[in-house]
Ligand binder design. Sequence first.
Ligand SMILES: *Cc1c(COP(=O)(O)O)cnc(C)c1O
Length: 385
Amino acid sequence: MIPYGRQDIDDSDIEAVVETLRGDRLTQGPKIPQFENLVADFCGAKHAIAVANATAALHISCLALRIGTGDWLWTSPITFVASSNCGLYCGAQVDFVDIDPDTYNISIEALEAKLEVAEKNGKLPKVLVAVHLCGQSCDMRAIHALSQKYGFRIVEDASHAIGGEYRGKPIGNCEFSDITVFSFHPVKIITTGEGGLAVTNNPELATRLDRFRSHGITRDETLMTNEPDGPWYYQQLDLGYNYRLTDLQAALGISQLKRIEPFLAARRSLADYYNEKLSELPLRQPRQIPDSLSAWHLYVVRIQCENINKTHRQVFEKLRQAGIGVNLHYIPVHLQPYYAAMGFKQGDFPEAEKYYGEAISIPMFAAIMDDEKRTVVRSLEQILI
Ligand SMILES: *Cc1c(COP(=O)(O)O)cnc(C)c1O
């Protein structure tokens, strides 16, 4: 089976981990700040906080922004459940904004309309999680302008998007947001096994993120409520978690980040190949907006079932039977039973639901072989024509 995504680990990655494994510190050592500084530099942000996974990064981002009971978090329904669960972890309520039919990111028109209504009802969101689906940035300038007008905070869920650009600058520079979150799960652009990271330009948010990552504890005397009892002293100031990344993982992250440019080039070249080879098939190819340079985490095609005598599901199953490990990103979050139990239902977000009835993620990863690419194209041709 050709997977839809997979990691690329070489000898340099393995050596980096082994070297750390032979060293003194397996966790809370020097590799963590090294990795954080490298990611911060890479995306042009001031502060970086590495954590156990992107879900944890989203959770502590919400905590750092002080979202809680009585507050609302909004996001796109076409995302992984973690983008909205983070609000629920903090006791907030969640609502969704339908997707743009071209980019499948949050629709700016729908957002604007929903904000107008929410203002009248006194239910404006405190936090908006903007998900850069497939690696293509949301229209962050427009979202930022709306956040100024309506007073909400912005977290970019860039789990798909490290290495992508928006208006010529790296995603993660937080020019239009409070915090940006990355994931280093093995299917993502670079990996640490499990892993995630939050970047911000705001020093207070960075301090809070750092504290929530590690039990809510500080060793910074200037933040303590009294003089330290002695050199052993620390204080717990918040209810935090153990969301730390290990040095083994950070060592892998450092090594992977060194290789990110060839990874991105390979993904872009595969996207170019699919753009060319699939252009005559009864499917919609991913539309790119001029302001964005995608990191190409995913290549999603939308099957035009009205033009073929097969259903979306049949196409999906035939691709799997042909050895193509296709996937579907994502089942609309509001239709998950856990969310449906809150009152969400079919029909709430029509563009997201229509997308779900057509979308298929085809293999997209840096280490794909030439014969694998050809197999993907040939199988799609055979199944769709
Ligand atoms: C992968 C992913 C996450 C969660 O990442 P983990 O590191 O697995 O916790 C969150 N949001 C989106 C959009 C993702 O794709």
